[in-house]
Design a protein around this ligand. Structure first.
Ligand SMILES: CC(C)(COP(=O)(O)OP(=O)(O)OC[C@H]1O[C@@H](n2cnc3c(N)ncnc32)[C@H](O)[C@@H]1OP(=O)(O)O)[C@@H](O)C(=O)NCCC(=O)NCCS
Length: 215
């Protein structure tokens, strides 16, 4: 039995720290090692904390027997900037310093949601072709032990319903040849079409861009 819950509605009852632990765990277990996992634990915690605390993002969690088994994060912004920002920080090895700065900021602003939004605004960008009425899938992950049970499809349906309700015109999703499951998953979703694919010579992989037009 799959239960899909909107995160924002659940925010008050959640144990925030253990939720972040679970997201980081799902991330490390289910994404190929060359993809973002090099960010390291503390940088990933910051990444997910920002996403969960921001009012810009929309998140659905999938539970199987009350265990968090998958999630989808949607945002009207391009979050690749956060990732590269965190990567740079990690490369110069001051991610722990960054973590301390965030902790101090959290204390100063007493978890004021507006401050997270401000921070997210500062380090993300709207790409020119990323229109206001397009929602982007920042991340969709289903735990490997629960794949093939329709969780991914249910999460996508929740996203489409949300976008219909809030008058978004389309949903975009990027994935790569490092994630063949995700490529096949989007190809199998009748609402999604492959918009573009191109080779990334630096990372020696293919990028795929899918789009779902909301009717
Ligand atoms: C992609 C992912 C979310 C799919 O989740 P899932 O719960 O296994 O998907 P579902 O069971 O809902 O499958 C839905 C459809 O996709 C198809 N599908 C899913 N995985 C597939 C695969 N590896 N190969 C072929 N088809 C696949 C299913 O056959 C199903 O088709 P149907 O509707 O015709 O029956 C999951 O494989 C995953 O988490 N992958 C790793 C993380 C990742 O790469 N995320 C994307 C980038 S952020």
């Amino acid at each position: 039995m799959i239960k899909i819950l909107s995160y924002k509605k659940k925010i008050s009852g959640d144990n925030f720290s253990s939720t972040i632990d679970r997201l980081v765990d799902l991330h490390f277990k289910n994404l190929p090692s060359s993809l973002y996992t090099y960010l390291g634990n503390s940088a990933l915690r910051i990444f997910y904390t920002l996403l969960l605390k921001s009012s810009f993002t929309t998140i659905y969690f999938a539970y199987i027997k009350s265990e968090l088994s998958g999630f989808i994060i949607l945002a009207p912004y391009d979050f690749s900037i956060i990732k590269s920002f965190l990567t740079q920080i990690y490369r110069i090895n001051i991610n722990d310093l960054f973590f301390i700065i965030i902790s101090i900021l959290k204390k100063i602003f007493r978890y004021n949601l507006l401050r997270y939004d401000l921070f997210i605004k500062l380090i993300t960008q709207k790409k020119e072709n990323h229109h206001e009425n397009t929602m982007k899938i920042v991340s969709i992950i289903v735990d490997s032990s629960n794949r093939g049970k329709g969780i991914g499809r249910s999460l996508i349906h929740s996203a489409i319903n949300y976008c219909q309700l809030h008058s978004y015109k389309s949903i975009s999703a990027n994935t790569t040849s490092l994630q063949p499951d995700a490529v096949n998953f989007y190809k199998s979703q009748k609402n999604f079409i492959l918009k573009d694919s191109y080779k990334d010579n630096i990372r020696d992989l293919y990028n795929y861009k899918f789009v779902c037009f909301i009717s």
